[in-house]
Design a protein around this ligand. Structure first.
Ligand SMILES: O=C(O)CCC(=O)C(=O)O
Ligand SMILES: [Fe+2]
Length: 291
């Protein structure tokens, strides 16, 4: 029997006893828009099943603009601790290109016996939490997002982490996005920043850092978070247009493997309707052929 229950006060619902591919699309998308992150327990999906699931939300992107996919699976990004991947920084996926994914799906294959959770934050609740003068200020700001600024480079020591960092930045992208994005399906406003946001347009590096820190502190308030404690077989889908996420690096050298499949997104629009623009690099057509 299918059971749906809210798990965070402001974000997240857990669904048990359902085949994610059997939930009618309108209901599924409605749940995603409302809760922003859905956790399907023991979803029973294999690689093809995850691809089918993600495809329900739209055309898929390739695995990643610069990172290699799972063997023979151009749409699947391996998130493998052994390969030096530690996403222990708050981010929205792939915001350094003009068309970041709309939706991200993660499927747990191997999880450590403790730790290795994923935190997901509601960036629309964060926007609503801002005092009005800050909201009005943020509405007018734009930020340049890059895949090559220090803060975002994946953490970790050793050859695997070094090689991962080199591959991650093998081609450089920079895009200017509105700091406040209007969600294309709901019209809701959310802070659209995260770890790839390097610089506020027209401000100095120091001013940018301080302002991003203040805005970001609203995103990561505990009130706005969901903590996903994984079991193998769980599948999580989140709305990448209005969330950020963070994977704590708290499980030492224990193995942890997830597979990520993402859905192509539109060009973000700010509160005036003005759309994101490329600052460096190209439109990543090899990654998001639908764009
Ligand atoms: O490892 C995780 O839980 C999340 C990884 C991540 O941020 C991603 O694949 O986009
Ligand atoms: Fe991510």
């Amino acid at each position: 029997m299918t059971e749906i229950r809210r798990i965070g006060g402001r974000i997240g619902a857990e669904i048990t006893g359902a085949d994610p591919n059997a939930v009618p699309y309108d209901e599924l998308n409605g749940l995603l828009l409302e809760h922003k992150a859905l956790v399907f327990r023991d979803a029973g999906l294999d690689e093809d099943g995850q691809i089918r699931f993600a495809s329900r939300f739209g055309d898929l992107t390739r695995a990643h603009p610069t990172l290699p996919p799972v063997d023979d699976r151009p749409d699947i990004l391996p998130v493998d601790a052994e390969e030096g991947i530690r996403s222990n920084h708050w981010h929205t996926d792939v915001t350094f290109i003009r068309t970041p994914p709309a939706v991200s799906t993660l499927r747990a294959l191997v999880v450590p016996p403790y730790g290795g959770n994923t935190l997901i934050a509601n960036a629309a609740a964060a926007y609503r939490d801002l005092p009005e003068p800050l909201r009005e200020f943020a509405d007018r700001l734009w930020a340049v997002h890059s895949n090559a600024h220090d803060y975002i480079l994946p953490r970790g020591d050793g050859d695997a982490a070094d090689s991962y960092r080199r591959t991650f930045t093998s081609k450089r992208y920079k895009t200017a996005h509105p700091v406040v994005r209007v969600h294309p399906e709901t019209g809701e406003r959310g802070l659209f920043i995260g770890g790839f946001a390097e610089r506020i347009v027209d401000l100095s590096a120091g001013e940018s850092r301080d302002i991003l820190r203040i805005l970001q502190s609203y995103v990561t308030r505990p009130e706005n978070l969901l903590r996903v404690v994984w079991n193998p077989g769980d599948v999580v889908v989140f709305d990448n247009r209005v969330t950020q996420h963070y994977a704590p690096d708290d499980y030492g050298d224990l193995p942890r493997v997830l597979h990520r499949v993402t859905v192509a997104g539109d060009v973000p629009a700010g509160v005036t309707g003005e759309r994101s623009r490329i600052v460096e690099g190209d439109d990543a057509a090899h990654y998001t052929p639908a764009a």
